[in-house]
Design a protein around this ligand. Structure first.
Ligand SMILES: O=C(O)CCC(=O)C(=O)O
Length: 284
């Protein structure tokens, strides 16, 4: 066996795996000039729009695949949206979104933002129906309660499955708000909101520290997006207990142990399983 020598300076970066070496960064390479230009704009504004990264056909196929999969007509609160449908954890049912989650340009940008082996933190299809009010503004990595300004611990894509127009609920964002301290948006800040108006197949890519939200849908048609959130690789437990300890055993454990193993929620929804409390998987 090829044994590596670990030192105090390499313990947090060495690839200690014997059999499965990290595959991070092994996707198709993107022109460094394209990445550099995108990163400059991302660091300045907190977001970029990549027009028409995916074909109309890919978006139409995705839409046809996911429409029958929605289980609820509406969300459970005004954050999910009272006339908005959400499909969580779609990879459990269909791999239709996989090419969008691992597109080389998206991974190329994430490679610049995070340490290698960053994670997919959430994957959803969001279908905002006519009449939906604007979603409360928020920043996606706000559940990591670390004082701001700080580096982004998350980053996200919002991929327009339908055209995002002025009035159909295009995502809104406050440019530059990724650099803010712990303040909340004032009325003056809200006057700076931009709408991510973009043709279908385009991607709004933004840092987890950017204030944003779903827009109000004042049109006659629904607005669908696919959104993937990624997080820094260290935003996780050391052991992957939910994979290693059989559910049948967990069921017999105390409340304390279940909670410690991750069968718990950190508000608002960290640790969820398909949008629900993780203890529900112990009900089967
Ligand atoms: O649907 C959108 O445009 C944004 C949704 C969003 O930011 C969220 O649900 O966290």
């Amino acid at each position: 066996m090829n044994q590596s020598t670990i030192t105090s300076t390499t313990i947090t970066t060495a690839d200690l795996a014997g059999r499965y070496k990290s595959t991070a960064g092994s996707q198709e390479a993107i022109d460094p000039a394209i990445i550099a230009d995108a990163m400059e704009r991302l660091n300045r504004d907190g977001y970029i729009i990549i027009e028409k990264l995916f074909s109309d056909e890919a978006m139409d196929t995705l839409k046809a695949d996911v429409l029958p999969r929605f289980k609820h007509k509406a969300g459970r609160n005004n954050f999910e949206g009272l006339t908005t449908q959400r499909l969580y954890t779609m990879m459990a049912e269909t791999d239709m979104a996989n090419p969008m989650v691992e597109h080389p340009l998206i991974l190329g940008l994430l490679d610049k933002i995070f340490e290698p082996n960053y994670l997919l933190s959430q994957l959803q299809v969001i279908n905002i129906h006519p009449g939906e009010a604007a979603q409360p503004l928020h920043y996606d990595d706000g559940f990591y309660p670390w004082p701001r300004p700080r580096r982004a611990l998350g980053a996200a894509t919002i991929i327009a499955v339908d055209d995002f127009t002025e009035d159909n609920g295009a995502t809104v964002a406050i440019p530059g708000s990724h650099l803010w301290d712990d303040k909340y948006p004032s009325d003056e800040d809200k006057a700076q909101l931009i709408k991510a108006v973009m043709p279908k197949g385009s991607v709004l890519f933004f840092l987890g520290t950017l204030w944003h939200g779903g827009g109000a849908n004042e049109s006659e048609a629904s607005r669908m997006c696919l959104t993937a959130q990624y997080c820094a690789p260290f935003c996780r437990t050391q052991e992957n207990f939910s994979l290693s300890i059989p559910k049948a055993r967990v069921k017999g454990f105390s409340e304390n142990i279940q909670r410690l193993l991750g069968y718990s929620i950190h508000p608002p929804f960290m640790g969820m399983v398909k949008g629900k409390h993780p203890k529900r998987v112990l009900e089967d």
